[in-house]
Each structure stands twice: as structure tokens, then as C-alpha cells.
Design a protein around this ligand. Structure first.
Ligand code: ARG
Length: 469
């Protein structure tokens, strides 16, 4: 049975005659997970108290005592020496209580502030830092992809649609497709950081304060400024304490990045199978089977695929959490943190594992060469050959289709048909029709931007190398 706590809680206990039940404390505490906001909470409290001193609501001496106390607490937390107390609910009350126990002036710290605008501020500071961290990890993953692409710049593989061999591409072109996806991810995280870059402090619980605070000062102190250094403060106190859009956007950016991890993982899993065997995965990111001695399983890649489901789940949790809430703050919103933190942690971990796995890949060039030697991959080039000789594309497509059928019937590869037989299918096939199957020549024809021609791919590789440093 949950017992009743003896003393009401100090920060909001004034109107209560009994404290919450033990079970309720366990149910409602968030300090077990929101303690990771401590550095941001301390940063916010320092800026807030600096502002209070500036407008004369506390003295400079009080401000300095508060700052010294907060710094000391920050050091204890960093060193793992701080005693977190579940009965104090959350990170905010833990820090404030510890501060009050050492610094009498701390009783004035919560002037013109509510935990509602406080937590909103902490989370915005946290999200800006998380986006910057993920941005760095994305660059590292992109570099790993570019390096493998460069090391294997001459390797051609079949490109697939419907998982059927379609047309030849450079392996580098395939890998650079993921570099592009990751680049869009990076841009999304930068946009989330920009949306987070508005200071809610001063919104109070819901309706601001009657005290003469200076919101611009606090915003500037916390780095909530635009590109020209002008402070950015939220425009509506009710929105500011209940808005969770940025959290959703962050989780969404993580979920979409996860989709990209998952697709790359799936490509690599296929390529590492005996059936393809285009690549060998690094032992360091694979595991064996407890039963079958020959097995080498692509676990890191399978987990990347699996984590992507988890990232989507976190996004969904946040969307559902917010959808039915009346304005403004409701305690439900405390549940916003675990999914946000988890998305952050898992995204960082995924990017590290992705970079590590990709960096250790060895390419089986002979297997790639054998797969891409299939002349059927250049059937479209043969149609283009006819187009260059004046045949309308639809007619050319039909003619090449007939040539493919002929090859099937004769049981030979496309490029081994007799000239007379091909000529009989369409009179525009000249003696040189078979040069369409010269792979290097075929690739060299793809000169346009965004195409997998050797010069275009080399240009892309150079560009990425420059951009990624
Ligand atoms: N731990 C709370 C949360 O994360 C802080 C805000 C509490 N506000 C309140 N009105 N009870 O949501």
C-alpha cells in the first residue's frame, strides 16, 4: 500500500494539509528522466536571475550568490555527486530546493517565473543542442559514405527498380543518393533548431507576470537571437507554455532520418547476402549464430531497420499526446520528454553505427562486375540508339522488346545475337548496334547533371568532399 508522505511538498505545499501518496509520487515524478535537462535548467535560472537583478527585483549581491550556488550544483551534478530526490518531482524543483538550502536568496529565484515557462525554455535550449549534435553526426556518416564511394569509384553495379535489375550505375552514385538524403536530414534539423530559437521565459504559468521583467534581456542571455543578434521572444504566453510543435518536428526529423537509415541498411543487407555478395560487412558490426557456425549476421543493419520503427513510434506518441489537450499546460505534457530524449539518443546512436558499419565495408569487385555485365541492363541504351537514328521512342522500345524476346527464344545474351536477326526486327539497326552494350561507353554517355556518368559522379564526389571537409 502506498503510504501518505508526512510533510506537504515545500514549493507548492502551502494550500495542502497532506502530501501526496507514495504511489502518486512514483507515478508523477519525472526527475528520473528530466534530470538530463539540468545544464539547461541552470543556464535558464542564471539568465533569469541576471534579468531579475537588472530590473531591480533582486540585488546584484543576491544574483551573484544565486549564480555561485547554481554553478556549484552544476559541478556536483556533472560529477555525479548530486543527490536527486524523487519526492521533489522534477529537475526544476530538485535544483531549486538544493539551491535554497545553501543560498537564502534562492527564495527569490522563482519570481515572475513558472515551471511551465521554465520547462519550455529548458526544452528549447536542449533541442537546439540536440540538433547541433545530430548535425555533426550526420556529417560523420556522410563522410564514411563518401570515403567508400571514393575508394570504389570505378565499380559499377546494377541499379534496381522493383528489385529487378534495371540499369547500370556506379556504386558511388548509389551511395551518394544516401548522402543526399542525409543532407536533407541535416537541413531539417537546422530548421527545427531555428523553430526552437524563441525564448518562452516570461510567459509565466499562462498569463505572464505583473512584475516589470525584461524578456529581451533573458532571451539575449540565453542565445535566443536571430542572425543579426536581435532577441527572439515568443509572442503569446498561452501558446508558449503549451506549444509542443518543435518537439514533434524534432521527432519527425528523427523518424525520417530513421527511414533513410533503414533503407540504406536494407540495401546493404541485400548486398551482403550470398545471393548478391556485392559487399563484405565488417566483423565488428556483425554477430554469429549460437547454432550455425557458418553464419555472419548483419545485426547492426537489422537494428538500424528496427530502430527506425521506434523513432516513428516516438513521433506518434507526441502527436497523440498533444492532440486533445485544451489550452494551456496540462500535466500530460510531462510525458513529452521520454520520446524526445529517446529519439535524440537513438538517432545519435544510429548515425554512429551507420558510419562505423559503412566505413568497414569491403566491396567484392568481381561480383559487382559479374552482375553488371548482364547486357539486358543496357536494353534502354539500345532503344536510345534507335532514337538517335530517327526512330520514335515508342517504336524503338517495341523493337528492342522484340530483340529481348528473340534473345530469350535463342537462349543467348542480348549482345550475342546475329546482326541479320536483329536487322530483321527493325531496319534502322545498323552494323554498330552491338556497341550499345559497351558498358564504359554507355556510362560515358550519361553526361547530364544528376546522372551516373563517370564525369558527373566524379564532380559530385569532389563537391561532397569539399562540402564535408
Ligand atoms: N515536470 C513538469 C513537466 O515536465 C514541469 C512543469 C510542471 N508544471 C505544472 N504546472 N505542474 O511538464
Amino acid at each position: 500500500m502506498a503510504g501518505m508522505a508526512k510533510k506537504p511538498q515545500v514549493t507548492w505545499g502551502g494550500r495542502f494539509s497532506a502530501g501526496p501518496a507514495g504511489l502518486m509520487l512514483r507515478f508523477s515524478e519525472s526527475v528520473s528522466f528530466d534530470r538530463r535537462l539540468a545544464p539547461f535548467d541552470i543556464q535558464g535560472s542564471k539568465a533569469h536571475s541576471a534579468m531579475l537583478a537588472k530590473v531591480g527585483l533582486i540585488t546584484r549581491r543576491e544574483r551573484d550568490a544565486i549564480h555561485r550556488g547554481l554553478d556549484a550544483i552544476g559541478r556536483e551534478i556533472a560529477a555525479g555527486r548530486f543527490r536527486w530526490r524523487t519526492e521533489l518531482e522534477d529537475v526544476h524543483m530538485n535544483i531549486e530546493q538544493a539551491l535554497t538550502a545553501r543560498v537564502p536568496a534562492a527564495a527569490r529565484l522563482h519570481t515572475a517565473r513558472s515551471r511551465n515557462d521554465q520547462v519550455a525554455t529548458d526544452m528549447r535550449l536542449y533541442l537546439k543542442a540536440a540538433c547541433a549534435e545530430i548535425g555533426d553526426r550526420i556529417v560523420a556518416a556522410q563522410r564514411a559514405l563518401v570515403r567508400v564511394a571514393e575508394r570504389n569509384a570505378a565499380v559499377l553495379i546494377p541499379g534496381y527498380t522493383h528489385l529487378q535489375r534495371a540499369q547500370p550505375v556506379f556504386l558511388a552514385h548509389h551511395l551518394l543518393a544516401y548522402v543526399e538524403m542525409l543532407q536533407r536530414d541535416a537541413e531539417r534539423f537546422a530548421a527545427v533548431a531555428d523553430h526552437a530559437n524563441w525564448c518562452p521565459l516570461g510567459s509565466g504559468a499562462i498569463a505572464g507576470t505583473t512584475l516589470p521583467i525584461d524578456r529581451e534581456f533573458t532571451a539575449r542571455a540565453l542565445g535566443f537571437v536571430d542572425a543579426r543578434g536581435r532577441p527572439r521572444v515568443t509572442r503569446n504566453s498561452m501558446d508558449a507554455v503549451s506549444d509542443r510543435d518543435t518537439y514533434v518536428e524534432f521527432a519527425s526529423a528523427c523518424a525520417l532520418a530513421g527511414v533513410h537509415f533503414s533503407r540504406l541498411a536494407e540495401d546493404l543487407i541485400l548486398w551482403a547476402s550470398q545471393e548478391f555478395k556485392f559487399v563484405e560487412l565488417p566483423d565488428a558490426f556483425c554477430t554469429g549464430s549460437s547454432l550455425m557456425p557458418q553464419k555472419k549476421n548483419p545485426d547492426s543493419l537489422e537494428l538500424l531497420r528496427g530502430k527506425s520503427a521506434r523513432l516513428q513510434g516516438n513521433l506518434h506518441t507526441l502527436l497523440v499526446l498533444a492532440k486533445g489537450l485544451p489550452l494551456t499546460y496540462n500535466r500530460d505534457l510531462q510525458e513529452d520528454k521520454p520520446p524526445v530524449f529517446d529519439s535524440h539518443d537513438q538517432t545519435v546512436l544510429c548515425l554512429e553505427v551507420l558510419a562505423g558499419t559503412v566505413a568497414g565495408i569491403r566491396v567484392h569487385r568481381d561480383r559487382c562486375a559479374a552482375a553488371v555485365a548482364d547486357p539486358a541492363l543496357l536494353a534502354t541504351d539500345l532503344a536510345d540508339y534507335l532514337v538517335r537514328r530517327g526512330v520514335p521512342f515508342r517504336e524503338a522500345h517495341h523493337a528492342v522488346g522484340a530483340v529481348v524476346k528473340l534473345a530469350e527464344r535463342q537462349g543467348r545474351p542480348l549482345d550475342r545475337l546475329a546482326h541479320v536477326d536483329v536487322r530483321a526486327v527493325h531496319p534502322r539497326f545498323g552494323r554498330d548496334w552491338v556497341t550499345s552494350f559497351d558498358l564504359r561507353r554507355a556510362m560515358a554517355r550519361r553526361t547530364g547533371p544528376g546522372m551516373p556518368g563517370p564525369a558527373a559522379v566524379a564532380r559530385q564526389l569532389r563537391g561532397w568532399r569539399q562540402r564535408l571537409g
